[in-house]
Design a protein around this ligand. Sequence first.
Ligand SMILES: [Zn+2]
Length: 134
Amino acid sequence: MPVCSGCGTEVTNPTKMWSMVGRPSKTGERLKLTIGIFTCPQCERRFRTVIGKEKERVTLKGMIREIKGIEQGLVQTLGDLREKIKNLQSERAELLEQIEKLKKAGEKKANTLKKEITSLREEVEALKEILVDI
Ligand SMILES: [Zn+2]
């Protein structure tokens, strides 16, 4: 029974009472504290004390709610990932297409250069022949 911190009188009934759930411990257990405010009938001192301490009951309902919350978070994360992967895949496809185009453009340019070189060689040969004739 709570005892007045001033005069030591035992006080039976709290004038106010409430409970609160503390932060979870390392093991994940949460303590539910019941706190009362008492007024000493002897010296009229008001004091606050913890009158009950119990492990918070893990209810099926509470567990289901928690699991549903986790599940929702996972679905959200999966959705985000799917979206990201989709974006990356389309970006990859675009890049591959660009590379393909660049390759084609490069091949075309190489072919043009080859033709130019061939005609330049022919020109050189023709000039050599002219120079020999002179
Ligand atoms: Zn007292």
